[in-house]
Write a protein that binds this ligand. Structure first.
Ligand code: ADP
Ligand code: MG
Length: 455
C-alpha cells in the first residue's frame, strides 16, 4: 500500500480537463488521492453525495486518466470517509448518497437501489439562482429542507421543462443529508415508482414495495405528471401518501402542471397534492438568465467575459437547461479550437454569423459620405442651425442612418443635435417624398446610398 504520487495526481487532473472537460467541476479541487493499493486508487471526496455521484457518473473517465498517467492497469474507487475502515453506519440504508460498498442481504428493497436518482452536487441551493419567476418555490424548498415534515407538506413544485424543478428537489435532499446524514430519503422518478410497482405486483412482492415506500423520512417523486394512467399505481400512491403524511414524513413532488391540470389524475390525489404548498416556477428574466450563465460557467471553472454572458442571456430566453447547453457548447468549442471564450465563439455557439468585419455600415461611414458630398462639417449637422444648406444633408443623414444601421429614431435624433424622434420621422418622410418628386435629388440620394452600401 502506498500514498499516490502528487505529481501523477496533478497530471490526472489535467488529463481530465483536456479529455473530459465537461465533467470537471470546481469542487474537484477538494478531491484527494488517499491510497494506491494493489492497483486500486482510492480517491477521497468531501461528501457522500460527491462520492456517489463520482462513482456512478464519472468512474470511467477517472480510470482512463489514471491509466493514461501511470501507464498501468489501475482501478479507481471513491470513498467519502477516511480510509481506515469504520463500521458501516447501518442507518444509511436508504440515503441516496452512500450505498454501502457491499450489499447487505435481506435488506428490503435492495434490488431497487439502482432506480434511485443519483444526486448531483451541482444541484445545491448555493448553485440555484433565485429570481422573480421562482422565488416562492426556492423559498419553500429551503423551508422544507430546514424543517422537513413540518414546513409545507407536501411541497408540490410545477412548471415547464428546464426551469429548475429537479434542481430544487435535489437541493432539498442534499441540504437535509448535510445536517442529518442518516435521514432516509427515497428519491425516485415517477416512472421508476410505476415500474417498481408493476414489477412487485407481477412478482408478488408488494410487501417489499410497501416497506420501501412507507418506511422513509422523506419521499421525493420527480415528474409526477407521468402518473397519468388511472390504474392501481395511483391507488398505491394514495395509500403511501396517507401513511407518510399521517406520520409527518415529508413528501416532495414535481410536475409539469398544477395538480388539477394533470390529465387523469384521481380527484383524491389532486386534493392531497394541494394540501401543502403548490409553487410555480416560470421562465427566468434577463437578470436571472445572466446570473445562471455565470453560475454555470463558474462551476466549470470557465472564464467568460460579461459581454458574452449578456449576449447569450439576451438571445436564449426559454429556460435554464438551454442556457446550460450554451455554456457546455462554449466550453467544448473553446477546448476544441484552443480558443479563449469571446464574442465570436458565442456567436458560433448561437449559430449566428460572426460579426461582419468589413461591410458593416456605421454612422461614421454615412457622415463621411454626406459631409463630403454636401461639403458641410459634422459640427454643422449636429448644431441647431436650420439653414437649408445644413438641414438638407442632416435629413439625408437621418434617412441613411435609418436605412443602414440599427439605431432607433431616438438615438439618431440624439446624435444629430438632440432632436426628438418625431423630427427624425419627419426628416425621413421628407427625404422619401422628395426622392419621388425631384429626380435629381433622388439620384443624389441613391448615389450616396449605393456608396455607403459598398462599404
Ligand atoms: P426541470 O426539472 O424543471 O426540467 P432542471 O432542474 O433539470 O429542470 O434544470 C435544468 C438545468 O437548468 C439544470 O442544470 C439546472 O441546474 C439548471 N437550472 C434551472 N433553474 C436554475 C436556477 N434558477 N439556477 C441555476 N440553475 C438552474
Ligand atoms: Mg426535471
Amino acid at each position: 500500500m502506498s500514498r499516490p504520487d502528487t505529481t501523477q495526481w496533478r497530471d490526472m487532473m489535467s488529463y481530465l480537463k483536456d479529455h473530459h472537460g465537461t465533467i470537471c467541476r470546481q469542487w474537484f479541487e477538494e478531491l484527494e488521492p488517499v491510497r494506491m493499493d494493489a492497483g486500486l486508487l482510492e480517491i477521497q471526496t468531501s461528501t457522500g453525495v460527491q462520492q456517489n455521484y463520482l462513482q456512478k457518473r464519472c468512474l470511467d473517465p477517472f480510470i482512463e486518466a489514471a491509466q493514461a498517467v501511470t501507464g498501468n492497469l489501475v482501478g479507481v474507487r471513491f470513498v467519502s470517509e477516511p480510509t481506515t475502515p469504520k463500521p458501516p453506519a447501518a442507518s444509511n440504508g436508504h440515503a441516496p448518497t452512500m450505498p454501502p460498498p457491499t450489499p447487505r442481504p435481506g435488506h428490503p428493497g435492495r434490488e431497487f437501489d439502482d432506480d434511485q436518482m443519483v444526486l448531483s452536487p451541482d444541484y445545491s441551493f448555493d448553485n440555484f439562482i433565485s429570481g422573480p419567476n421562482n422565488r416562492l418555490a426556492a423559498a419553500a424548498a429551503a423551508a422544507v429542507a430546514e424543517q422537513p415534515g413540518t414546513a409545507y407538506n407536501p411541497l408540490f413544485i410545477h412548471g415547464g421543462v428546464g426551469l429548475g424543478k429537479t434542481h430544487l428537489l435535489q437541493a432539498i435532499c442534499q441540504k437535509i443529508l448535510e445536517v442529518h446524514p442518516d435521514h432516509k430519503i427515497l428519491y425516485v422518478s415517477c416512472d421508476a415508482f410505476m415500474n417498481q410497482f408493476i414489477e412487485c405486483v407481477r412478482s408478488g412482492k408488494m410487501s417489499e414495495f410497501r416497506h420501501r415506500y412507507r418506511h422513509v423520512d422523506m419521499l421525493v417523486i420527480d415528474d409526477i405528471h407521468c402518473l397519468t394512467q388511472k390504474d392501481r399505481s395511483q391507488e398505491e400512491l394514495f395509500h403511501t401518501f396517507n401513511e407518510l403524511y399521517q406520520n409527518n414524513r415529508q413528501i416532495v413532488l414535481s410536475s409539469d402542471a398544477a395538480p388539477a391540470e394533470i390529465p387523469q389524475l384521481e380527484e383524491r390525489l389532486v386534493s392531497r397534492f394541494s394540501w401543502g404548498l403548490v409553487a410555480h416556477v416560470g421562465p427566468p428574466c434577463f437578470e436571472t438568465r445572466a446570473a445562471i450563465l455565470k453560475a454555470k460557467a463558474q462551476m466549470r471553472g470557465m472564464v467568460v467575459p460579461d459581454e458574452v454572458i449578456d449576449h447569450i442571456a439576451q438571445r436564449i430566453d426559454t429556460n435554464a437547461r438551454e442556457l446550460e447547453g450554451a455554456v457546455l457548447k462554449l466550453q467544448g468549442l473553446s477546448t476544441l479550437n484552443k480558443q479563449p471564450i469571446d464574442m465570436d465563439l458565442a456567436r458560433e455557439v448561437l449559430g449566428e454569423q460572426a460579426a461582419p468585419r468589413t461591410n458593416q455600415v456605421t454612422l461614421q461611414h454615412i457622415i463621411d459620405a454626406v459631409t463630403v458630398f454636401y461639403n458641410v462639417k459634422l459640427s454643422d449637422l449636429q448644431s441647431r442651425r436650420r439653414h437649408k444648406s445644413v438641414t438638407e444633408p442632416r435629413q439625408v443623414c437621418m434617412f441613411l442612418a435609418r436605412e443602414h444601421t440599427r439605431f432607433s429614431l431616438e438615438e439618431i435624433g440624439g446624435y444629430f443635435g438632440g432632436r426628438d424622434h418625431t423630427t427624425v420621422m419627419h426628416s425621413i418622410k421628407t427625404v422619401k417624398q422628395r426622392c419621388e418628386d425631384d429626380a435629381q435629388y433622388g439620384s443624389q440620394v441613391r448615389q450616396l446610398n449605393d456608396q455607403i452600401a459598398r462599404q
